[in-house]
Design a protein around this ligand. Structure first.
Ligand SMILES: Nc1nc2c(ncn2[C@@H]2O[C@H](COP(=O)(O)OP(=O)(O)OP(=O)(O)O)[C@@H](O)[C@H]2O)c(=O)[nH]1
Ligand SMILES: [Mg+2]
Length: 451
């Protein structure tokens, strides 16, 4: 961390402004060497300075340079940001000059890595930076900004404090084993506290499911026999003629995808090839894909045709989707009814007609109910969503389960103490109290360059 790093922080292309960021001990000195204007080594911290970037006598660009001295900076090191005119040539030239004058090109995420290593943010907050950049909906952004503010970190820190209290409780028991009365009282107390801890960890895992929906959306598959109107439904939902619709059975052969937002939650909708027995090679590959998608989707919309009797294939699909989160969508309700719904007991059913759009809002309502989107809408967006962090929480939960079993079998208290300290350590790795170098490398390599 002794060297001074630089990187283009904005995306490289033609635009009004490009920002090149420099961080490290020599940041101000190096930029000053290629700057014509005030002496940057003498200007006040957190000032913006007008001037030129020069290569000896040649003016490369007219710029504004922000000088921010440590420690109140993104990395807690001296940071300089050069605002130059957007454009690939200019930006690259300024970067090249910085490299020639002693900077090293930053690795992806290296600025944030330094912010972590210098103690300005913890590991959860660092990961939230990446989530913020990658968030695709407003709600995903809200989760990320809460993470960045440290809400998730505080949650973990509180859990660790509770653990410390339990551990000290146990130590009293180990140190004064002769007081049997105290032991009797506190062991019950310890059990209650461990139960409480377990509930809190379980809640984080449960809420993670909601958060996944907010961040990734709901993968929704439209399936059914050929010609029931799957592509028509996709088009209605997207409000766009995306998929080809004809009255020829087997029109859709490969999957067609689109996205909509329902109450700010993204629905990734997949229209599939109609499922039937076929000798056509291309179509049969499509059919296989359709069947696979049922297993991958978070929501299946099984389309049936109101104007036809149920076929064996329909019945098979009804059976296949029985234990999945699914809605039976009965299309073509403008035509005379021939479909007998007595086979559809205990299933969510919505009638629609894609010609007039009837039932489409009802379908959306049903999806909202199914995924409890109203609850998510009212949530405070304090979720832990990072897979690494969740894996650690699950690990803690597993250990607590083991401890509970042990407590019932009267495990020795010093063993219990060791187990609880392990959980305390595991929680610590979530916020980066301890870490392995490889973990950091892997984690920050997923960041974009310049962040
Ligand atoms: N009357 C009526 N016809 C509809 C309705 N929805 C779709 N259709 C017609 O049904 C035929 C098939 O529609 P598609 O959307 O292509 O059906 P699909 O399920 O995607 O068919 P494949 O791609 O072959 O599996 C077309 O002629 C549509 O115009 C509806 O609500 N009412
Ligand atoms: Mg189709």
């Amino acid at each position: 961390m002794d060297d001074t790093i630089c990187s283009i922080a904005t995306s490289l292309g033609i635009g009004a402004i490009s920002i090149i960021r420099v961080s490290g001990k020599e940041a101000i000195k190096i930029v000053n060497q290629i700057f014509k204007g005030k002496n940057l080594e003498k200007v006040n911290s957190h000032t913006i300075n007008y001037g030129y970037i020069v290569n000896k006598e040649e003016i490369i660009d007219e710029v504004l340079v922000s000088v921010m001295r440590k420690p109140k900076t993104y990395t807690m090191e001296d940071v300089v940001e050069i605002n130059c005119h957007g454009g690939i040539e200019t930006t690259n030239k300024v970067l090249e000059l910085l490299l020639l004058n002693g900077c090293r090109l930053a690795e992806p995420g290296e600025f944030t890595k330094r912010a972590f290593l210098n103690g300005r943010i913890d590991l959860m907050q660092a990961e939230a930076v990446s989530d913020l950049i990658n968030s695709q909906t407003d709600k995903a952004r809200k989760i990320a900004i809460n993470g960045l503010k440290g809400n998730g970190s505080n949650l973990i820190k509180n859990l660790r404090e509770e653990l410390i209290k339990i551990i000290s409780n146990i130590e009293v028991n180990i140190d004064y084993p002769e007081y049997e009365d105290i032991y009797e009282v506190t062991i019950e107390d310890i059990k209650t506290k461990i139960q409480d801890l377990k509930n809190k960890l379980s809640k984080i895992i449960q809420e993670y499911e909601d958060a996944k929906i907010i961040q990734d959306g709901i993968k929704t598959a439209i399936i059914g026999r050929p010609n029931v109107g799957k592509s028509s439904l996709l088009n209605r939902l997207l409000n766009e003629e995306k998929a080809i619709v004809t009255d020829i059975a087997g029109t859709t052969r490969d999957i067609v995808e689109g996205e909509i937002l329902i109450d700010g939650i993204k629905l990734n909708i997949i229209d599939t090839a109609g499922i039937r027995e076929t000798n056509d090679v291309v179509e049969s590959i499509g059919v296989k894909k359709s069947l696979d998608i049922i297993n991958q989707a978070a929501l299946t919309l099984l389309l049936l045709d109101n104007s036809q009797e149920l076929t064996n294939l329909d019945l098979e699909l009804i059976e296949k989707t029985k234990n999945k989160t699914s809605i039976i969508v009965i299309n073509k309700n403008d035509l005379d009814n021939k479909l007998d719904i007595s086979h559809l007991k205990n299933r969510d059913i919505v009638y629609i007609n894609t010609l007039s759009n009837e039932g489409i809002s009802k379908l959306k309502e049903e999806i909202k109910k199914l995924f409890n989107l109203e609850k998510i809408e009212k949530s405070d967006y304090n979720y832990i969503t990072n897979i690494r962090q969740i894996a650690k929480i699950k690990e803690c939960l597993q250990r607590i389960n083991d401890i509970e079993k042990g407590l019932n079998d009267n495990i020795p208290l010093d063993m219990l103490e060791i187990d609880l300290k392990n959980i305390w350590n595991t929680l610590g790795t979530i916020i980066g109290e301890s870490y392995e170098e490889e973990l950091l490398d892997e984690l920050f390599s997923k960041f974009c360059v310049g962040k």
